[in-house]
Design a protein around this ligand. Sequence first.
Ligand SMILES: Cc1cc2nc3c(=O)[nH]c(=O)nc-3n(C[C@H](O)[C@H](O)[C@H](O)COP(=O)(O)OP(=O)(O)OC[C@H]3O[C@@H](n4cnc5c(N)ncnc54)[C@H](O)[C@@H]3O)c2cc1C
Length: 384
Amino acid sequence: MAAPEAEPDVVIVGLGPAGRALAHRCAVAGLTVVAVDPHPEQPWRSTYGAWADELPEWVAPEAIGAVADAPAVQTGEARLLPRPYVVFDSPALQRSLSLSGVHVIAQRAAVLAQHRVLLRDGSEISAPVVVDARGLLGQAGVPEQTAYGIVVATATAAPALQGQQAWFMDWRQDYRDSTTTSFSDGAPSFLYAVPLSADRVLLEETCLAGQPATAVGELKSRLYARLQSRGVQLSGDEVVEIVRFPLHPRGKPSPDAYGACSGMAHPATGYSVAAALTWADATAAAVARGERVCVALWPRGSKTVRAMRLRGLAALLALPPADLPRFFHAFFALPVHRQRDFLSNRTSIAATAAAMAGVFARLPGRTRVRVAAATVGLAGRTIR
Ligand SMILES: Cc1cc2nc3c(=O)[nH]c(=O)nc-3n(C[C@H](O)[C@H](O)[C@H](O)COP(=O)(O)OP(=O)(O)OC[C@H]3O[C@@H](n4cnc5c(N)ncnc54)[C@H](O)[C@@H]3O)c2cc1C
C-alpha cells in the first residue's frame, strides 16, 4: 500500500510482536495507524512463551498453543513452579493481533525522526508520534541468548520430559554422558522443554546469556547427546528452531521505542513478548494524547528496575560456569511471588530488590561474593 494522504495519529515501524500488538491496540482504541514492515504478513516462526499471569485479559484464547500448569525446574533437585506457563501458537497470536483498520505499508523504513519516517522508496510519512519497533536483530556487541531446538511428537518427548508437563530449566548436564561427542568447557546450558500443542513438544538446549553466548552448533551437539542419553528416539527430520538474539539494546534507546529495541525486554531472560502485550494499552493511550512513548512505557521506578535487572545480567555473566545451576537453585527456592517480582514486575523497585536480596541470602558463600561483586559493578562484563 502507498503512503496515506491524511496524516495518521501514529506510525509504527516494525510489525514483530511488539509493533503488531501496539498497532492492534491503537486501532482498537480508535486511532488512525500506519504500520511499516518489509514483510508484514510473514508468519512468525519463533516459539514465544510467557507466564500466564503476565498476559492482558484481551489476549485471544486461540493465540495460546499450550499451557503447563506447573512447569518444573531441575537445579540439583526437581521443583515444580506453581505458576502456569503459556506457549503461544505464534502464527495464531499474529493473526489474533488483527490489523484491520491499520494502513500497512510493506516497505523498509530508511530513517526515523520524531514526527516523520522516510521509506526506502523515498516517500515520507508524518505523524504526531512515530514508534520505533524494529527489534534488536543485527545489533552486535551486547550479550546474547542462543539456543537450538527441535519439535517432536509428545510421545517422542516423553523420555526427555520424565513425567513433567514442561522443563522450564533442566540444568542437569547429562549431555556429558555421551561417549561419542566431546564438549567445550563453555558455560553449561539447560534444557527448555515445553508443549506447543496437545501433540507437539519443543526440546531446546539453551544458553540464557553469554558474551559471547555458547555457539548454536555446540548447543545442537549437546541437545542430541542429552536426548540420546535419555533414550529419545528421533527420526532426523524434526523441525528445527534456532535462537540467537541480543538481550538488550546497545546504547540509549529512542524515547519512542517499543518492544525489544526499547530495552523493555528483561535483560536477564530476553523475554519481552508478554510485556509488549501488557503495555500496549497504556502506550496507545499516551499516543492518543500525543505524548511520547516513553511517558507510558517508563513510569516512575521502571528505569531503576531496569538498571537492577541489568545488574542481575551482570551477575549471570560474571559467575563461573559451575555456579550457574547454584544461582538458579537459589532463585527458584524463592516463593513464587518473589520469582514473579524479579521476572515480571517492571515498576516496583522494592519488589525487585526483595527478590534479589532473597536470592542473595540463599546463595552459598563463595557464589554470594561473586554475585555481590558483579551486582555492584566490580566484576563481570560491561553492561551498557
Ligand atoms: C527463536 C526466538 C525465541 C524467543 N522466545 C521468546 C519467548 O519465549 N518469550 C519472549 O518473551 N521472548 C522470546 N524471544 C525474544 C523476544 O521477545 C523476541 O525477539 C521478540 O520477537 C521481540 O519482539 P519485537 O517486536 O520487539 O522485535 P522483532 O520480533 O525483532 O520484530 C521487529 C520487526 O521490525 C521489522 N523491521 C526491522 N527493521 C525495519 C525497518 N527498517 N523498517 C520496517 N520494519 C523493520 C522486522 O521485519 C520485524 O518484523 C525469542 C526470540 C527468538 C529469536
